[in-house]
Design a protein around this ligand. Structure first.
Ligand SMILES: [Ca+2]
Length: 145
């Protein structure tokens, strides 16, 4: 993803990343949240949280160098983050979760591409925590992005 950045952009973003990173070389999600909030005070908190969840691709609570550069590439519109776009479409409440029922509906529409047995497996796997909501992490896992 990040390979679409120019050398100059890459250098600038790298510099920004280095400024904010902790001793372990990553930026904790909360810190990024606070930083972005201070840069863009008008930005909605929920939206920010959602964005950071998308960026944290390995879901370890920190943004590493590659994740950060990808985020900037997506932010600049150089890259489509298809999985995030699809998820966002379903995530009406912008809470970083989608309703199981909405997802089920989408899967049913895809049913001709998906064997019924596979679909049942996917749905069972998604509903594992019984909350009726599906997090981005699960969403991505199941759709194998
Ligand atoms: Ca991460």
């Amino acid at each position: 993803m990040a390979d679409k950045l120019t050398a100059k952009q890459r250098e600038e973003f790298q510099h920004a990343f280095d400024m904010f990173k902790e001793d372990n070389g990553n930026i904790p999600n909360e810190k990024l949240h606070a930083t972005l909030k201070s840069l863009m005070p008008d930005m909605d908190d929920k939206e920010l949280t959602q964005m950071i969840n998308y960026v944290d691709l390995d879901d370890n609570g920190e943004i590493d160098n590659g994740e950060f550069l990808s985020m900037m590439a997506v932010h600049l519109g150089l890259d489509e983050n298809e999985e995030a776009t699809a998820f966002k479409y379903l995530d009406n409440e912008m809470e970083g979760m989608v309703c199981f029922d909405d997802l089920k509906h989408v899967l049913e529409n895809m049913a001709d591409k998906l064997a019924e047995e596979d679909m049942i497996n996917v749905l069972n796997e998604l509903e594992c925590d019984g909350s009726g909501k599906v997090s981005f992490k699960w969403f991505r896992k199941v759709f194998c992005f």
